[in-house]
Design a protein around this ligand. Structure first.
Ligand code: FES
Length: 112
């Protein structure tokens, strides 16, 4: 079972959303490390595992680095290693989105 899938536009080839690739790269390293350290990849986790993927572009292209969290479709802007940690602890684990960092919400088409 999967609880969340996190997609990070960390080091996009066109660098449209984040002009400083160092911030995106550091955020990606933090995301990988924290998902592991917080036990979110543990197959025995009751809520399901957390997947993370480095995306090239999530079609937001502003206020990056951009973090998209499914299944809610929450889009966080301006992420950093510090924000990644807060988002994992408060939103992914705690279930409380951090409203002031959310720039958009997207939804999947409802299943028929
Ligand atoms: S370049 Fe980051 S969302 Fe498009």
């Amino acid at each position: 079972m999967i609880s969340h899938h996190l997609l990070l536009c960390a080091t996009p080839s066109k660098a449209l959303c984040c002009p400083d690739p160092a911030i995106g790269a550091a955020s990606w390293e933090a995301l990988k490390r924290l998902v592991r350290e917080l036990g979110l990849e543990d197959p025995a986790r009751a809520e399901g595992i957390v997947l993370r993927t480095k995306a090239d572009c999530l079609r937001i292209c502003a206020e990056g680095p951009i973090l998209l969290i499914w299944p809610e479709g929450t889009v966080y802007g301006g992420v950093s290693p510090e924000r990644i940690e807060s988002i994992l602890r408060e939103h992914v684990i705690g279930g409380q989105p951090i409203e002031q960092w959310i720039i958009k919400r997207m939804s999947l088409k409802a299943a028929a």
